[in-house]
Design a protein around this ligand. Sequence first.
Ligand SMILES: [Zn+2]
Length: 160
Amino acid sequence: MTDIVDTKRRSTIMARIGGRNTTPELAVRRIAHRMGLRFRIHRKDLPGCPYLVFPKHHLVIFVHGCFWHRHQGCKYAYTPKSRIEFWTEKFESGVARDAHQQAALQALGWRVLVIWECEIKDEAAVRSRLAAATHCEEPSPQRKETVSARMGSAMAIVGQ
Ligand SMILES: [Zn+2]
């Protein structure tokens, strides 16, 4: 697979290393805010320090970068061509950590929703997923057909 990540995209990915309040996270936060949802950010007392926590809905949301968190089947989740062993090990431990954190959250009674970085450009789809997860009305119904076409497996909420 060729390296399709352009320079701008790469700098976005790199900016995510250890970062907080990155652009994709802020985008999701803005959408949730506009929907009038009540949430807390970065609850450090919860496993994995989830980015958005909706206490009323027993819901936590992680906004995951496709590269680091290995979005399956996503073009951004490529493996660098050099130091393959290093990357593979890094990715595997990261994915295992994510799974462990999600299981721990579920054990505490939280529902876990993962929104991938590549999904955020489709704001209507993100809104639909938030609406579905919090059972509230979707404020603007335009672009419904795009949304329903894309929802499919992306709709699945872990643990439901
Ligand atoms: Zn992706």
